[in-house]
Design a protein around this ligand. Sequence first.
Ligand code: XMP
Length: 524
Amino acid sequence: MGKETIVVLDFGGQYNQLIARRVRESGVYSVICSYRQDIEEIKKWDPKGIILTGGPNSVYEEGAPSYTTELFELGVPVLGICYGAQLMTHLLGGKVGTAPVREYGKIEVTVKNDTPLFEGVSDKTICWMSHNDYIEKPAPGFVNTAWTDNCPSAALENRDRNLYATQYHPEVLHTQEGTKMLSNFVHGICGCSDSWRMDTFVEDSIKAIRDKVGDGKVLLALSGGVDSSVAAGLLSKAIGNQLTCVFVDHGLLRKNEGDEVEQVFGKEGKFDLNFIRVNAQDRYYVKLAGEDEPERKRKIIGEEFIRVFEEEAKKIGAVDFLAQGTIYPDVVESGLGGESAVIKSHHNVGGLPDYVDFKEIIEPLRDLFKDEVRKVGLELGLPRELVFRQPFPGPGLGIRIIGDVTAEKVRIVQDSDFIYRQEVDKAAREYFEANGVEAPWMPNQYFAALTNVRSVGVMGDERTYDYAIALRAVRTIDFMTAEAADIPFEVLQIVMNRIINEVKGINRVFYDITSKPPGTIEFE
Ligand code: XMP
């Protein structure tokens, strides 16, 4: 600890991580704690300020999440957002009820800008509202500092006690001056300086890793994804060749990816570490032969990874630390941090592998959000293509080939996917150069998948009977829901032409327009 920290007290709102990220973007470290955590736990952070998140409940419902009023006696500024604002009001003697008019979406709010939260904010500003309840009567000592036509208490303050509240969501980008408001809270009201920066994070982490590891040995499973690559870069800077990275090429990576990872971390690269590449392609293809059931395929790929990694670990012998690329959302979502995601258990946290002889786990990125991990990657000098790599599932192309997996099908999907990504990236770059902003259709994840459909076609004078490839592109914020991206038809046509001409075995191209739900992003 020791650094200026804002505690985000989570009441189950969908934006809990967003609030914490925004605080960090304004240069202040933040952590997410669950409302189930005792106040003593909160105090241990020695917070400079506390933000209460939104949540799905009504404060007057039985069993609704609540908190001890001691929180407001700590002498630490508190900002309640949405449910957090209502809870603060309810606990401090005001009245919350069902709003006569439910507000949802972008709403114009009038603010009193001679107040600390709204310093430098316009008199009328667009804010993002989403509420059924509202504050009917402020708690004693509170005054309204912002309002809308239908909501008299869009924001409130009790300046003497340093308590602030907003009915709308300043963390959401639709709230046009939300970043300013949050910055006013953490800097102006809480008095935090700009102390959270990725260059100092790298320096501090290197020191912390050295202190922890001493002259011990560290083993890391490197997948080539962003998190494990940045972890490898950071560890290598800290402890050099006391680090051994095992990179298992399961033959289900994207085209050239295995070689790219080797170029960065292998002998020719600029990182000092022991890099072991295991070319296990054939082993995987043998194990997967004839298997077409998705969950079985996933299981086989996962189990085989453990076998291969275990064999390598045995050769290396006992190590002191097993490193993992766990990041902060993994920690929060496994229920160890905040509230909203006790839903999902994550393979990186909790379930420690028992097949490697090590004393302790080391997780150098455990405190970082994904965008921060990327910044650290750039600080460390990792190539941009690697740092901004799209999400890629652990089972790799194994779940982008419907039906059984063969080396031939892997080649087909790799080549098609390569062309597709090349053309989308090119079109996106051209759009950016022409317009100065990112293309509105730019997907967050896009890839080709091989369907199990074969159909008749003609090539020259020849009849063909080949596979159909499917192109997927989605726009999503959290990967829990997604919409198909409307990549321009001209771009898709170029991709179609190139795939049919350049990839042997494909004579038809489909574009998948399914949303999630009901679909998933991947095909299996
Ligand atoms: P779905 O297909 O569930 O994907 O809509 C949501 C996100 O998760 C990724 N994904 C996986 N990642 N192992 C992973 O590490 C997997 O088995 C897996 N399945 C899906 C997917 O790429 C998308 O980003």
